[in-house]
Design a protein around this ligand. Structure first.
Ligand code: IPE
Ligand code: IPE
Ligand code: MG
Length: 254
């Protein structure tokens, strides 16, 4: 049975979590975040939407560090959905450039912090520079043993299921061989545990096609605050709420 690290050995976010009553041994293994509300945040301040995305990137940097330091094993964040191509061209282009620049600029720090970088989504459809930056991140950090940080770019849950089904057909499976486990094994990151907790910012009570297969039983936590206002306090609040939930997976739990 693991014991809680002594207060002297805990880092500041762990201390803060324990003070709030969070059990560091019962953290969700996999946290997923729908980082929404960048556009509204920018508009509220009278700025272009892209400035909201830039601010969102800075906030993500902090959230990754917080998750890593508190002891989350997997963090997956929704950076660009398969449906976000419907946005105006200048916003899409700006986002592609921003993600590419961020991937390049953050690589050294992430590597130093033992972060293992990963992506999910149809990355073969991304601009070549962005794709190269993401692949460089994956390769450089492939031996790291810390938090697995997965960026969902050009990701759609339905597209992921379609791709899995195509793989199964190409591999020659018969209808009677198809099981849930087999489909799970053909998703983009079959070795990742399913998300336990999904956080969404900016108040929308929907899934927006994020991890719809793997997240079938994940716990949802939504804050009205937009992503650029997300703080350590929000993360800790989400973790505390998660620990007060009863996960039942369809069964009766007394
Ligand atoms: C989330 O913020 C970031 C992306 C979808 C890329 P939005 O851009 O969706 O912000 P709102 O929802 O318009 O405020
Ligand atoms: C989900 O947010 C996608 C990302 C955060 C990248 P959206 O803003 O695209 O979702 P909808 O359109 O409000 O459902
Ligand atoms: Mg949005």
């Amino acid at each position: 049975m693991p014991t809680t690290p002594s207060v002297a050995k805990m880092n500041p976010i762990q201390k803060r979590a324990v003070e709030m009553g969070i059990d560091l041994h019962a953290l969700p293994s996999h946290v997923a975040i729908i980082m929404d509300g960048n556009g509204r945040w920018a508009k509220k301040n009278g700025w272009q939407r892209l400035l909201g995305h830039r601010e969102g990137y800075k906030v993500l940097r902090g959230a990754l560090l917080d998750c890593s330091e508190i002891g989350i094993k997997y963090l997956t964040v929704y950076a660009f959905s398969a449906e976000n191509w419907r946005r105006p061209k200048d916003e899409v282009d700006g986002l592609m450039k921003l993600i590419e620049q961020a991937a390049k600029d953050e690589l050294r720090t992430m590597h130093k912090n033992n972060v293992r970088v990963n992506v999910t989504g149809r990355i073969e459809e991304l601009p070549s520079g962005l794709r190269a930056a993401l692949e460089d991140g994956i390769e450089t950090t492939s031996e790291n043993t810390g938090i697995v940080f997965t960026l969902a770019v050009n990701y759609g849950g339905r597209a992921e299921i379609v791709d899995a089904v195509k793989d199964l057909i190409a591999a020659g499976f018969d209808a009677e061989e198809i099981t849930e486990d087999l489909i799970s094994a053909h998703l983009y990151n079959p070795h990742h545990p399913e998300p336990d907790l999904m956080i969404r910012t900016a108040g929308e009570m929907r899934w927006s096609n994020f991890l719809i297969w793997q997240g079938a039983y994940c716990e949802l936590w939504v804050t009205p605050d937009p992503w650029p206002d997300f703080s350590t306090g929000h993360l800790l609040e989400a973790l505390k709420t998660y620990q007060n939930r009863t996960r039942k997976f369809g069964a009766v739990v007394e």
